[in-house]
Design a protein around this ligand. Structure first.
Ligand code: SF4
Length: 83
């Protein structure tokens, strides 16, 4: 899974950091950022998904990943031409 954190939405509840602290470090004011690679390893997906679902302001969202059928809505094969 690939995720995005919209810091303009974050209200600093810190729930994401509780579930997956290695992915969501908090700054001095308690606001989260996304650490490292936005592509989450399968072993970390449960904790990150829990953070995503528990964020009260939905600041964490998933992004479509090419080649993964379970992401995104209007899937388009990579390299296919659209006119
Ligand atoms: S759970 Fe949501 S609102 Fe709370 S710190 Fe994380 S991203 Fe920000």
């Amino acid at each position: 899974m690939k995720i995005k954190l919209d810091r303009t939405l974050c209200d600093g509840f810190g729930i994401c950091a509780k579930h997956a602290p290695e992915h969501f470090p908090l700054d001095d004011w308690g606001y989260a950022s996304l650490a490292g690679n936005p592509v989450i390893a399968p072993t970390d997906e449960p904790a990150v998904t829990r953070a995503l679902l528990d964020c009260p302001v939905h600041a964490i969202t998933t992004l479509p990943e090419p080649g993964r059928p379970d992401t995104g809505s209007a899937a388009t094969a990579p390299g296919s031409a659209q006119k």
